[in-house]
Design a binder for this molecule. Sequence first.
Ligand SMILES: [Zn+2]
Length: 371
Amino acid sequence: MRRERLVVAGLQGPAYRRLRTGRQPRPVLNEKTAGGLQVTNAPTLTTKRRLLAGAAAGAAALALPRPGLAKMPLGQPQAPTFCRFKLGSAECTVVTDGQLPLGDLDALFLNITHEEIARELADNFLPTQNAVLEQNILVANFGDRVVLFDTGMGADHLSGSTTGKLLPTLRQAGIDPANVDAIVMSHAHIDHCGGLVGDNGALCFPNAQYFIGQADFDYWTDDAKIPANFLGRASFLAQARKNLLPVRERIHFYRDGEEILPGVTALAAPGHTVSHSIFMINSGGQQLCYIGDLAHHPVLLLEHPRTQFAFDTDPAQSAESRVRMLGMLSANRVPVLAYHFAWPGIGHVAVAGDGFRYFPVLPQMGGVTGL
Ligand SMILES: [Zn+2]
């Protein structure tokens, strides 16, 4: 009780008496709202009475146990959004540009029924009403060169406010955009080329060289080429022009099978866009395939790989590329990094029935292992 006396030194009246008797402080009635309870900050209390009530509550907390009341505000940030792993002698980091909510799945996945979509998702314990795509951005540091694959949506909010996070997540991972030497783009869609140029016109990666297919560059920067009914057409065109035209002189247009950088080889996988490509990445005898948008969903487009996706320029060709490349990757047991799969998008594919199955690699506290 000596400690209590120290705490309440100078107090007189009811509050002090309650401490001495060890009784709980009673809630203070708000005098203006008959019967309304207000323990502190009662607007009608005099300053003196507020002090007494507050001091009494604080001292009583020391004296008696009471139910725990949450004081921590809701909405705390998630863990830092980067994931690091070794690929041979290269240090790889996956960062994120944030999530893309897909909305109405029936409108996006073609030649598959509503019931089949619902069953596939339910069987895999996934929400049946919506799907959320990640934007997993790979940064490969080869020691003498830093290569970043695809750049997210930039400042465009076509898909809401959950995107455009690349620069902050790079900072969380300790990666300075000025240290990025090369930006490799799988294709020229808004969620892949959107992060090159800021709204002020400044280059987000001032020292980088850029790599993309010429057919994609020509198609998505040309108002006359994009079909009139393409979903989100105005944003796709505007962002391709905003981000690609200013860096035109720094672009290397890659070809199928070309080793565009030491350890990085482009493989044409067209259909999603006219020159959509995937990339084999090699370091120290280890291999990883960055598959870009070869598949947008690890269940709907792998279990039934000929399912078509509304954003494909040529859905049938896209399905053909998917089957061919997933067959090659599964036969050779090459690990993949998929831009839109569940974070961080690293795993393996294997033949299963008429299609494929995706086996995500589970990140551990020490990073990703098992590649
Ligand atoms: Zn995409």
